[in-house]
Design a protein around this ligand. Structure first.
Ligand code: FO1
Length: 319
């Protein structure tokens, strides 16, 4: 019987490892819990970017250039909307629009976000459970020195992560219970895997959901995190910039300090093997693997390394 794994994911990097894990574990042995702090309503449509990214990746539909959105999509509806005077800085592709229309429709019919996501996954043939961190609204709010507070997508897309951040909060998280499937996986999983996602705004919101940090702290099985930092830079996105601006080290040691008490081992890219001592000084076991997933086989290889480290070689003290 394969082990049951709970994978915590943000968008693009997390989705790649989720695909790798889905090739090694049957659907009943993998739960992929996804950040919903980035969710936003655009033009009356409920958009859940990280869920979209993970679902498209598992369905084999991802735009390979961006890592989000649908391969081969066009933006004619956005162009038409712009001509009508609508806001178009957040680009919803013509094919992608179907996802947001359908989700919004299901939510309006009274489905929870978990139920709507399951129906969409079923329709697209995605068999591994993709679950929102919570069915209650949680919104990532970025505090900037120059412009005050702003919604995450305003910071991330509209302002291209340029404002200097002074803080981040997850509005609603303290009252948001974990979604039913997330809560069940926290109880029944044999291991927790933190995918290589932004520790501040992808993993941070998941940990902020009511009771989650405590549940992961007392989790008894192996907990393995994959660092999103390689060579002192984030593979994708603003993780390194954000950590620096928040006064943290934008390094594997900085990631290890964030993970301390929540994960037992931190997997570094093999090119960062020299960081192992600093990671261990932060209280985590340092392991290496090829974490840069530039090919399909790279996703599977990293997933194999993650499972080997979690279960195979005894490095996680509780394995
Ligand atoms: N990212 C962008 O950089 N620009 C966009 O216009 C954009 C649109 C978009 C639409 C749907 C969707 O599911 C994701 C989209 N993303 C876009 C990605 C998204 O902003 C980020 O990947 C995440 O929120 C961060 O993980």
């Amino acid at each position: 019987m394969p082990p049951r794994v709970l994978a915590v994911s943000g968008g693009v990097g997390g989705a790649k490892l989720a695909v790798g894990l889905s090739r090694l574990l049957p659907p009943e042995n993998l739960t992929i819990v996804v950040n919903t702090g980035d969710d936003e309503t655009f033009h009356g449509l409920y958009v859940s970017p990280d869920i979209d990214t993970v679902v498209y990746a598992l369905a084999g539909m991802t735009n390979r250039e961006t890592g989000w959105g649908v391969e081969g999509d066009s933006f004619r509806a956005m162009d038409a909307l712009g001509r009508l005077g609508g806001e178009t800085w957040f680009r919803l592709g013509d094919l992608d629009l179907a996802m947001h229309l359908r989700r919004t429709e299901l939510l309006a019919l009274g489905r929870t976000l978990s139920e709507a996501t399951r129906e969409i996954c079923d329709a697209l043939g995605v068999r591994h459970p993709v679950v929102p961190m919570s069915d209650a609204p949680v919104r990532t709010v970025v505090r900037t020195a120059e412009h005050g507070e702003m919604a995450f997508q305003e910071y991330f897309v509209r302002r291209a992560c340029e404002p200097r951040i002074a803080g981040v909060r997850f509005a609603g998280a303290e009252n948001a219970p974990p979604s039913p499937a997330f809560a069940a996986a926290l109880e029944s999983a044999d291991a927790i895997v933190f995918c290589p996602s932004n520790p501040v705004v992808s993993v941070g919101p998941v940990l902020a959901v009511r009771g989650v940090r405590e549940a992961i702290t007392r989790f008894r099985g192996p907990r393995v995190a994959v660092s999103p930092i390689v060579g002192g830079r984030a593979l994708k996105g603003p993780a390194a910039k954000m950590m620096t601006e928040l006064g943290e080290d934008a390094s594997n040691a900085g990631v290890a300090r964030r993970c301390a008490g929540l994960a037992d081992a931190l997997i570094l890219d093999e090119s960062d093997a020299d960081d192992a001592a600093a990671v261990e000084a932060a209280g985590m076991s340092a392991r290496t693997a090829r974490t840069v997933m530039t090919s399909e086989s790279g996703k599977t290889a990293l997933a194999e390394a993650v499972l080997r480290i979690a279960f195979g070689d005894g490095v996680c003290p509780k394995a």
